[in-house]
Design a protein around this ligand. Structure first.
Ligand code: KIV
Ligand code: ZN
Length: 520
């Protein structure tokens, strides 16, 4: 590392803890796409999933382990042999595999969840770490709810974990309860009091329930932590995890206060990674989100604009280009050829196979005929449609809506599913409602629209409209996004993506039940 700075490892858990965000489920193809982006951005460790949790999680971890080069590929496991075996199998194809085992240590978890005494916790953690080491030399241990664990007991567990072979010990603030001063003190205490701490890397994993995940991670680094667990866009359980882009940019921008450490992240890919994750999870980034929100570099107040024109640094602590917002975005048009199209997609980090690329190019030509300028966001939207269409069950073949003042909004929709073609029509409260109701009739699946939002993602009157939906199917909630210059079409596509995701989850579940039955 340049200037003899110590590396702070970036452990990305977007595909594991991030995917636990309500409504953020990703299929294995989408997970692979995100993993490639993380690797290109030079993340050190990718936590690809929790292999025992579902067949799709197992498949995604295995696929990522087999194809994504560069980072360590980790899988999560409880301190149970069956979890560890499954995890070991999933990460095995990786050049640098890691098994991450966790067990709760706080009094509240010991008493109410695990019903175990302190000595039993130590015994189980040690046995599991030793068991995991049989499969993999790189083992990480997390004492869940560490920040609410008695510090002396925590130190005792960690000493035993390191002796048993854990090379990384992770300190989770599982419920986002810690305040920076106390979390920093805890890391300093462990750094000083755990006798064999020098044999392991101290990691932190902070949740954002009080909005302090980034602050807690930063103070941990100042007290000796050398691995930060985080997610793109701060996705994660409840209020989310430490946001990767915020923590990385904080250390870079305030390198005066972090002069002895640095991450290896290529920050110029942060913006792109944020958009990719938002698009694939269907979870929109709030406009005023630090670093990657649409307003993060927008200056509205006259006095700020005046200051900026005189000297940029009066009001700007980072440059948009630092996170990859390119001032010189290449705008494509109907005269752009395949080569320019392919080149721009690969610059955006999009990997499509030959057939997908050709289909995407045809869609691009159609779009370029409708609108003069095709921007990066338009291209990403086209690529995303391709990727999901390949995996989808139902595809829209035809959509027509009739709406206006004094007319009953009516939609006619034709869907294709393999060789099956079904057409139907329905009325609704508006053109979108009519289109979604028709989809319900054709698919025979009733979804309940919980959230619907529309955002213009490119500029001009002919801008692409991006529709985000959150749909409930019984007790299951699924989110998706789609973009088009026609917002009714974007709405129908986003809704249909949720239906397809549901069908694919149900098919996976059926398969695994069948397998379990066959084993018995
Ligand atoms: O928040 C947490 O405690 C976790 C562990 C599994 C590391 O996600
Ligand atoms: Zn967590």
């Amino acid at each position: 590392m340049k200037n003899n700075k110590q590396r702070v490892l970036i452990f990305d858990t977007t595909l594991r803890d991030g995917e636990q965000s309500p409504g953020a489920s990703l299929n294995h193809r989408e997970k692979l796409e995100i993993a490639h982006q993380l690797a290109a951005m030079k993340v050190d460790i990718i936590e690809a999933g929790f292999p025992i949790a579902s067949p799709d999680d197992f498949r995604a971890v295995k696929e990522i382990a087999g194809t994504v080069k560069g980072p360590v590929i980790a899988g999560l496991a409880r301190c149970l042999n069956k979890d560890i075996q499954r995890c070991a199998e999933a990460v095995a194809p990786a050049k640098k595999p890691r098994i991450h085992v966790f067990l709760a240590t706080s009094a509240i978890h010991r008493e109410f969840k695990l019903k175990k005494a302190q000595h039993e916790i130590v015994k189980q953690a040690v046995a599991s770490i030793k068991y995991a080491r049989r499969f993999c030399t790189d083992v990480e241990f997390s004492p869940e709810d560490a920040s609410r664990t008695e510090p002396d007991f925590l130190a005792q567990v960690l000493e035993a974990a390191i002796d048993a072979g854990a090379g990384t010990i992770n300190i989770p603030d599982t419920v986002g309860y810690a305040i920076p001063s106390e979390f920093g003190d805890l890391i300093a205490y462990l750094h000083d009091e755990v006798p064999n701490i020098g044999d392991a890397i101290i990691s932190v994993h902070c949740h954002n329930d009080l909005g302090l995940a980034v602050a807690n991670s930063l103070i941990a680094v100042q007290n000796g932590a050398r691995q930060i667990e985080c997610t793109i866009n701060g996705l994660g359980e409840r209020a989310g995890n430490c946001s990767l882009e915020e923590v990385v940019m904080a250390m870079k921008t305030r390198s005066d206060l972090f002069s002895t450490v640095a991450t290896g992240i290529n920050t110029k890919m942060l913006h792109q990674a944020s958009r990719l994750v938002s698009r694939l999870t269907g979870l929109t980034v709030q406009r005023n989100k630090a670093i990657v929100g649409a307003n993060a570099f927008a200056h509205e107040a006259g006095v700020h604009q005046d200051g900026m024109l005189k000297e940029r640094t009066t009001y700007e602590i980072m440059r948009p280009t630092d996170i990859g917002i390119d001032d010189t975005e290449l705008v494509l048009g109907k005269h752009s050829g395949r080569h320019a199209f392919k080149h721009q997609l690969s610059k955006l980090g999009v990997h499509l196979d030959k057939e997908e690329l050709e289909n995407a190019f045809q869609q691009f030509i159609k779009l370029a005929d409708k609108k003069k300028h095709v921007y990066d966001d338009d291209l990403l939207a086209i690529a995303q449609e391709q990727m999901s269409e390949m995996a989808e069950a139902f595809v829209i073949d035809y959509l027509h809506v009739a709406a206006g003042t004094g007319t009953v909004p009516t939609a006619t929709v034709r869907l294709k599913k393999g060789s099956l073609v079904i057409q139907d029509a329905a009325c609704g409260d508006g053109p979108v409602d009519a289109a979604l109701k028709t989809i319900d009739r054709i698919t025979e699946i009733q979804g309940q629209l919980l959230d619907f939002s529309l955002q213009a993602i490119t500029v001009g009157k002919d801008a692409m409209g991006e529709v985000s939906v959150r749909v409930a199917f019984g007790d299951r909630t699924i989110s998706a996004k789609s973009a088009s210059t026609d917002i009714v079409e974007a709405s129908a596509r986003a809704y249909l993506s949720c239906v397809n995701r549901l069908l694919s989850d149900m098919a996976d579940e059926k398969k695994s039940t069948r397998k379990k039955k066959a084993k018995k």
